[in-house]
Design a protein around this ligand. Sequence first.
Ligand SMILES: *[C@@H]1O[C@H](CO)[C@@H](O)[C@H](O)[C@H]1NC(C)=O
Length: 669
Amino acid sequence: MISLLWLTIGIVSALTANDVLNKTSYIIAMTSDNNNYVYYIVKSVVNGIETNTLYQTSIQNEGKYFIELAQGVGNELYYSVAHHSIFYTKCDSICSLYSFDSNMKEYQVTKDIDISLPVVIKEHLYFISPIFFGMTVQDSLDLQNKLVNRKQTSHHVFTQTPFGEGSSYITTNDDGTPQYKHLISSTITVDENGKINIGKYTDISNEVGNVISYDISDDETIIVFEGKSTAPASDKKNYLKSSIYTISVGSDQATCISCNYPGNQIEPKATKTGKYIIFMRTTNIIEKNPAKYFVLYDLEDGSYKADVTLNEFTTEKYLISKHNNEETISIFVINNRREALAIRKAIYSFELKTWNIEEVIVEGAVEMMAEVPCHDESSCLFITQSFQYQPSEIYYCDESMKLTKLTKLNDYTSYNLQKPILINPMGSLNDRIQSLLYLPSNNEKAPILLVVHDEEEGTVIDGFNKIMNPYVYTNEGYAVIMINSHVSKGFGERMRIKGSNDINIIIEDIKAVINELEKYPVDTSKIAVVGVFGASKIVTALLDAKLPIVLAAVHAPILSIRSQYYTDAKYTLEYTFEGADYDNSYWYNHNDAMKNVASYSVPTLISYGDLDFVVDKSQPISLFQALQRRGIKSRLLRFPYSTNVLTKNEDIKVFYEQYLRWFNENMKN
Ligand SMILES: *[C@@H]1O[C@H](CO)[C@@H](O)[C@H](O)[C@H]1NC(C)=O
């Protein structure tokens, strides 16, 4: 009786690409007023058009009431405690700053300059904007306008390797002068209606290269920022090196506090009175997936107090607590990896000279955090947390670490999204490999989509996935297995053999996971290898069918790492292989999938974006040609207006359609 009842009410609704793209609301920004309110921007599709809406809700009403403050906003938010107001951007060709006056009427704060990362303190506005190298802000804006108006005849001239942002090259003048992200300040005055008026813009990071992030102490005395060097690739010592700079509020003279410190220093934050600065350092400047160390710097005596890695996993983002005195320093660290805890609270005691670590939350993926004082004056948090089976919502996390859900943007409970099965076989180098298996509900022996990667994040954390949502495929009768092999967060240096990465280590990991699949109701004679995120090198390495794979589908593959080396300098393989291919050709040859082209036999779907500056588009096109020449079934899917990562809903829709079509044509007979 009970099961019958369950069957009647548990009407199973299956997740489709349309649900993920058109019916899901995503939180894309969140901030706290440092008191009771949380402000957040939600991206959702309204009448077929993506719209960002700014909302406010509070701890008191447990999210039962929320207020819509503005529509059509950009992606950035800042709450100014000094002015008790929320600031946000609205963007057309540039993003301008907006806010509300004392009658809660929206007004435009800036109109002539592109704004990101705004911070509004009592008498100053700070933000980051692209400025032509060596020019004043005003001259740079004039030139920028001239170039924008040129439109159809637009071109870029480069005099040194441009610093790709992973998507597009930076703008240059006709003589090759590039734009860099600079920290700009302006004094501000407030009129009788509470509106902020902006003075002249001053570039306060003129000499420093690209400003990536910054923070201002609560007492508004000290600004601390990360400046990334713009030295050319031939200057190995400084190339892409990030350092930490300080500057007094109101001044335009920056001082480097970490230029002689080892490694690369990033994401600085100042404590309440600016007495201490915390930053992370990585162990090497071009290393993309390093362990990160927290460094505590005493600004008064210029000493480094602590330099530790707080966990065995790679840290994503952290917050420094502003609500206790400076005898201890507390930081909250996001630590997304499925078997790891999502947030750690680390407290440094000056007396004991040690960090004490508390585990905070045990499930889900934390995407954003904002601090808010607890009743007892310590730090509580607003977090956005998502699960595989539930897009992210905002929670209030109180002093006892109890979570109260404040938003209900999406109700995914009607979908039949079963939790994945955790599979942890022993992989290469005596490490356990973590993977998640999603089974279709039809209980038949399902064909398998094996999602692999060779870089960075890994294929999966316990968070909701928009581009490669496994439930869209289980809905179509596939089993999906997602692997976090070596090179995922947490493995770090262990991947390296004799100083260099070896792709065979990842192949061993994948083999170990495939062996485990025999234990589940899946059809191991039908395995398609799928590479969507950070899988450029590994999928091509599997096309000679060394593993039992009958089909492949891959986004932005690299046929030859040797030719890929001479593309966007930021993403070179220099670190991975300790030098250019002429310095260390053994590893390039060892890992170059192109040497196996004559043995390729796996039918492959290849997709790529024409505006991809990370994986040169010659690579997917060459792979396609190589397969065609050998008469191997292959298909090329080109996204003319996409960068490396698909971001537009129209593109992602086609991606799901074409990938599913490829799997159905080749695996369902
Ligand atoms: C989402 O909605 C738009 C407009 O209604 C439609 O054109 C598009 O095909 C939908 N996307 C998907 C994935 O179905």
